[in-house]
Ligand binder design. Structure first.
Ligand code: LAN
Length: 724
């Protein structure tokens, strides 16, 4: 990779010309977005920057301003008038899906070791983003943007900067190096960091907990067989298992040799690698190693010394075949950013740099590269397209804004996008790639990524029903048959105890978590039931049966009754539900109270609902808002944010509205706060990060500050009127 031509000295002085960036929509597949930099004035004149581009780049939009709204519905209307400017021509709302700080290193290392390069502008902006996100105090990075510095974040992003061309004597590198050494240097990286450095040839495979590809050859009935693991974990371990078995490393070069000198606290050639297997910086440790993992590590380590070549060969063939199937199922988009970059390396190693599969992989990297005003980041998936559109569509219909003149174009455009996003077929490789059915489902991002997600199917279906059946002017694009297909998917996802997990029913036993080797994440080995996923399924089924009472009525009735029972058992003693994908209790409690209300349980008749509302009200802040810190997701306890947040406030207020909370004051105070934070152009300022995964990593949902505020204001308006 050639060094960046311009090295910004502090990160803010020399950005590229932001007015030349454009978000390209739908290039080659539905909902795809990629950022392009236009080099000539002529190109710029032919493709002017639009409001979507400007907003996400932080450039002034020059939209009309007006005095503060007087009623909640006026505020919602004003909010949607602004938000319509962010709708892309294809009907969806794009968004910056950033937050995790361990993804750029995978992108950069994966690009470097396969001999590829970025465009100059991308390189400058990737560097600028890392400069802008380094912590002022110690120059390090954490697991995510709001996290304290960790060894993982600091070493990996340091390496990324160096590969991108920033010299070691640059002040940002000098500061980060000091912090990285104080954590114990690269020897103390968590496993997922160790792997990347092995591939870069800056770490030795003997220093990793072994990742035996042979696990895939075990009989499938065994509880440990990887087909039973959580989909993300198994999809990361497939290419990693292959690369580990092959002990593949990039060829040494001067930069690699230099890096080996910079990132360790001792001489690279004298490191006792096997002794580093379980060496992890305490500052990184979220999920400590268990005795079972140590024992298993000893067995797999021994196997590395005496494996049977024939079996190893077979295991490599099998894991390679799974990589190819995953690539073919998703057009090399792959499930997520980690397995995508690893699969890319596997295809480079086996198929070669000129192969069509590898070339397609390189092209698809761009789907994860998102430009911001602070530089370029790598996104958590290839976007959150479906998720964002589903919420705003429901909000617009439920608040009545969908029936107001001037909004038809937006709602019809959104419906068209939703229509194109539903998956019509099962994956090409289904059984053999251990995939769940996709026919009828909606994905989280785009149909090309194409993974069924329980709550995305639920929210997608609800959005379609609302738009098609509750607005009289919309075309009926999604047939009843296709809605029934979605219902089939939802019904297929329930676990025997009534709950729903994220992508598939739970396949493995809970004790598998004891061999979770990724020290930085919790709950990653298997699927779990989640209140958010269960309630999306529940509400979708309820709304569907109201309109189509004939279809699988008995199955739906049974599903709902078991799911409600599960919801009750998953309620915490204090009355809340724990959020695994949004921060935190306000998020899951909103979903839970929505589904309980559809089952007829409200404040007036349900002790469970009453407890939840009383708890929420007890956490309302003096300014009328609610604010939760991401720390709540780490600890499992309520943790106040230092300031109230419009998104948490909207979730908590919606929860009260769903529950038919009988006192108006908390709702009125919350509404007032959200209105007071609305800017003159109708938008809301970005506040703290909204989402989370695997307990420990925060992830951004910047569109929530529009969808949930608008939704809450409109619903609260109606509710307060009904109360009086
Ligand atoms: C997501 C994003 C969406 C999220 C919801 C739909 C909100 C949730 O209700 C179900 C789970 C799901 C689909 C989800 C799972 C884990 C993801 C894919 C992510 C949080 C986005 C990024 C994350 C992924 C695992 C990041 C890569 C990291 C690894 C540990 C492999």
């Amino acid at each position: 990779m050639k060094p960046a031509t311009i090295i910004p000295s502090s990160g803010v002085e020399h950005p590229t010309d932001l007015t030349r960036w454009r978000l390209k929509i739908g290039d080659g597949s539905h909902g795809r977005h990629t950022w392009e930099y236009l080099r000539t004035d002529e190109e710029c004149a032919n493709w002017p920057q639009n409001e979507v581009d400007k907003y996400w780049l932080g450039l002034p939009m020059g939209l009309p301003e007006s005095p503060p709204a007087e009623t909640p519905i006026d505020a919602a209307r004003k909010g949607f008038s602004f938000y319509k400017h962010l709708q892309s021509p294809d009907g969806h709302w794009a968004g910056e899906y950033g937050g995790p700080m361990f993804l750029i290193p995978g992108l950069v290392i994966g690009t470097y070791v396969t001999g590829q390069d970025f465009k100059d502008e991308e390189k400058i902006e990737l560097i600028r983003y890392l400069f802008n996100t380094a912590h002022a105090e110690d120059g390090g990075w954490g697991l995510h943007v709001e996290h304290h510095s960790t060894c993982f974040g600091t070493v990996m992003n340091y390496v990324a900067l160096r590969l991108l061309g920033v010299p070691p004597e640059h002040p940002v590198c000098v500061k980060a190096r000091g912090t990285m050494h104080s954590f114990g240097g690269a020897a103390a990286l968590p496993q997922w960091g160790k792997w990347w450095l092995c591939l870069l040839n800056c770490y030795d495979w003997a220093g990793c907990i072994a990742i035996p590809a042979e696990l895939w050859l075990f009989p499938q009935f065994l509880p440990i067989h990887p087909w039973r693991w959580w989909i993300h974990t198994r999809n990361v371990y497939i290419p990693m298992g292959f690369l580990f078995a092959r002990k593949w490393q990039a060829p040494e070069d001067p930069l690699i040799l230099q890096l080996r000198e910079e990132i360790y606290t001792t001489d690279y050639d004298h490191i006792d690698w096997p002794a580093q297997q379980f060496n992890v910086a305490p500052v990184d440790l979220y999920f400590p190693h268990t005795t079972l993992l140590h024992a298993l590590g000893a067995v797999t380590h021994a196997w590395e010394h005496c494996f049977i070549p024939f079996i190893r060969r077979r295991a490599m063939e099998y894991t390679y075949q799974l990589v190819v199937q995953e690539d073919e199922n998703t057009q090399c988009q792959d499930l997520g950013p980690v397995n995508k970059m690893l699969n890319q390396i596997v295809r480079f190693v086996v198929d070669g740099p000129e192969s069509s599969a590898f070339r397609l992989h390189v092209e698809k990297c761009r789907d994860f590269m998102w430009m911001t005003g602070a530089g370029m980041l790598m996104t958590g998936t290839n976007g959150s397209q479906l998720w964002d559109i589903a919420f705003i569509c429901q909000a617009v219909v439920e608040t009545g804004l969908g029936k107001e003149p001037g909004n038809e174009k937006a709602t019809v455009g959104a419906l068209k996008w939703l229509d194109g996003a539903q998956m019509r077929e099962n994956p090409k490789h289904m059984q053999e790639a251990f995939r769940h059915q996709t026919k009828g489902a909606w994905p989280f991002s785009t149909p090309e990524q194409g993974y069924t997600v329980s709550d995305c199917t639920g929210e997608g279906l609800k959005a379609v029903i609302y738009l098609q059946n509750h607005l009289d002017y919309t075309p009926k694009l999604v047939s009843e048959r296709r809605m029934c297909d979605a219902i089939d998917v939802i019904l297929s996802l329930q676990n025997p105890d009534g709950g729903c997990a994220s992508y598939e029913p739970i396949r493995g036993p809970r004790w598998l978590e004891w061999i979770n080797p990724a020290e930085v994440f919790g709950n990653i080995m298997i699927e779990y039931n989640y209140p958010e996923c269960t309630t999306s399924a529940l509400t979708a089924l309820s709304i569907f049966t109201n309109e189509y009472p004939q279809y699988r009525a008995e199955d739906i009735r049974k599903f709902k009754s078991k799911a409600i029972q599960w919801l009750h058992t998953s309620q915490h003693k204090d009355g809340t539900w724990f959020g695994s994908w949004g921060i935190c209790f306000t998020y899951a409690t909103m979903f839970a109270l929505e589904s309980l209300s559809l089952a007829g349980e409200t404040y007036g008749n349900s002790p469970a609902v009453r407890k939840a509302c009383d708890f929420l009200v007890s956490k309302q802040m003096p300014d009328g808002g609610w604010g939760e810190s991401y720390k709540a997701c780490e600890t499992g306890e309520w943790v106040d944010h230092a300031q109230s947040q419009v998104v948490n406030t909207s979730w908590a207020t919606l929860a009260l509205v769903y529950a038919q909370y009988p006192h108006r004051l908390p709702i009125e105070r919350a509404v007032k706060l959200v209105i007071s934070r609305q800017l003159p152009d109708g938008s809301w300022k970005q506040e703290a990060i909204e989402g989370v995964f695997n307990k420990n990593c925060a992830i951004a949902y910047p569109n929530f500050k529009f969808s949930f505020t608008i939704w809450m204001l409109g619903r609260a308006d109606k509710y307060l009127q009904a109360l009086s």
